[in-house]
Design a protein around this ligand. Structure first.
Ligand SMILES: NC(=O)c1ccc[n+]([C@@H]2O[C@H](COP(=O)([O-])OP(=O)(O)OC[C@H]3O[C@@H](n4cnc5c(N)ncnc54)[C@H](O)[C@@H]3O)[C@@H](O)[C@H]2O)c1
Length: 384
């Protein structure tokens, strides 16, 4: 096999972007061999490619080696399981599923290690987040004491929410900003710092938009070593902020405005606090700034990595099984908001699924008919 024949399920904003990228020859040894969408007009936009009215028909066609799933999230589980059962490789968009129990079902269907099963966590390719991960994981800054991430630059308009009947409903999407925009950030949290053990969150539904799910979240996290965290997100604030501050024994690291600014303590802060004879002294610090030429290969790099994993056995940047962590974190935040209490991790997956289904049953929200809007510059929506 010298190339991978991929089929894309779902040709909306993201699926079409992936399709166009592959058709433009940007991914070496990856061929767009098939597409499918439940809307025939979207399939018809790709006359040069075999088109199918459903993922099932595309999977059964024998024309592809792999499927990229870019449908609304709930279908990631059902289509993903079908693709894995058919013995094909899978690249699934984030979130890998809507809730933890579905993640477990999807991951359990991956039985053959020769099948490549990856997730589109494109922000893992960003040199700034790679640097932050290195700084934390190498222990260069010592033990982490606190993280603060204000990630409120996911601004979305009412037209965005009206652009798909599935969007921002419990039945169609299973959540709001935590399930749509923040899977990236929640994945980065667990990828850089590990999962917290406790979550207390305040989730405001429809604070800024006419939607029934959360568009404004403030969450407190507690990690196994006692480190704490605050995670703040919203799709209603503009210009919004993306500021990640890490407080560690070895100093402070702040990522904001395409810069990582470090202040390194010459003596770890707790040791200094214990040993200094002076009442108002503090450790001396050494400043440093880390910049990068850009934000990395993003979606294209994940597509190339997926292809290279299939053809050459390259290690995956984002194995899909790791996608359960960001979903669990999102679910824990929502559950904490619903019950007004702290939620312990690991989350009880069955309990969460029941609570979500109850919300779906009890929903009285009437979504206005989906309207077609211009995706003027979809690339701008990716955030950092
Ligand atoms: N990685 C990223 O940066 C990124 C960015 C945007 C969206 N996404 C993800 O991509 C997915 C799609 O988001 P979008 O914004 O493109 O949505 P969208 O509504 O624009 O597109 C979804 C498409 O899927 C089709 N579809 C629905 N059900 C289907 C089914 N059962 N089989 C085949 N096609 C089906 C719809 O007709 C539509 O064309 C979501 O899970 C989202 O989280 C990822």
């Amino acid at each position: 096999m010298d190339k991978v024949r991929i089929g894309i399920a779902g040709l909306g904003n993201m699926g079409a972007t992936h399709a166009n990228c592959i058709l433009a020859g940007k991914i070496s040894r990856l061929e767009l061999a098939a597409v499918c969408d439940v809307e025939p007009a979207r399939v018809a936009r790709y006359p040069q490619t075999k088109g199918f009215p459903s993922a099932e028909a595309m999977i059964a066609s024998g024309t592809i080696d792999a499927v990229l799933i870019a449908t609304p999230h709930y279908y990631h589980t059902s289509i993903g399981i079908s693709v894995l059962q058919a013995g094909l490789h899978v690249l699934v968009e984030k979130p890998i599923s809507v809730h933890k129990a579905d993640c477990e079902r999807l991951i359990a269907a991956h039985r053959d290690p020769r099948q490549i099963f990856a997730a589109m966590f494109n922000q893992r390719t960003d040199p700034y987040y790679l640097q932050l991960r290195h700084l934390v994981r190498s222990g260069e800054f010592g033990e982490i004491r606190r993280i603060n991430w204000i990630i409120t630059d996911w601004f979305r308009t009412g037209a965005y929410y009206a652009s798909g009947g599935w969007r921002a409903t419990w039945a169609g999407e299973g959540g709001g900003v935590l399930l749509n925009q923040c899977p990236h950030n929640l994945d980065l949290i667990q990828w850089i710092f590990g999962l917290p053990v406790r979550v207390r969150a305040f989730c405001r539904c429809g604070r800024y938009h006419d939607i029934e799910v959360e568009d404004d979240v403030t969450a407190c996290l507690e990690f196994a070593n006692g480190a704490t965290g605050v995670f703040i997100t919203s799709t209603g604030e503009s210009p919004g902020t993306n500021r990640l501050e890490i407080t560690a024994e070895g100093g402070r690291v702040v990522y904001e405005d395409d810069q990582i600014r470090c202040l390194r303590n010459t003596v770890p802060m707790s040791e200094f606090g214990r040993t200094s004879p002076e009442a108002f002294a503090r450790p001396e610090t050494v400043p440093g700034v880390i910049t990068a030429p850009g934000h990395g290969g993003q979606h294209q790099e994940i597509l190339q990595n997926f292809t290279d994993a299939i053809l050459d056995g390259a290690p995956l940047i984002a194995p899909a099984a790791e996608g359960i962590h960001s979903v669990e974190l999102a679910n824990a935040m929502l559950l904490s908001g619903w019950i007004g209490q702290t939620v312990e991790l690991p989350l009880d997956a069955a309990h969460y699924e029941r609570r979500l289904q109850q919300r779906i049953r009890e929903s009285r929200f009437k979504k206005k008919a989906a309207v077609s809007v211009a995706a003027t510059d979809f690339a701008k929506s990716f955030g950092r």
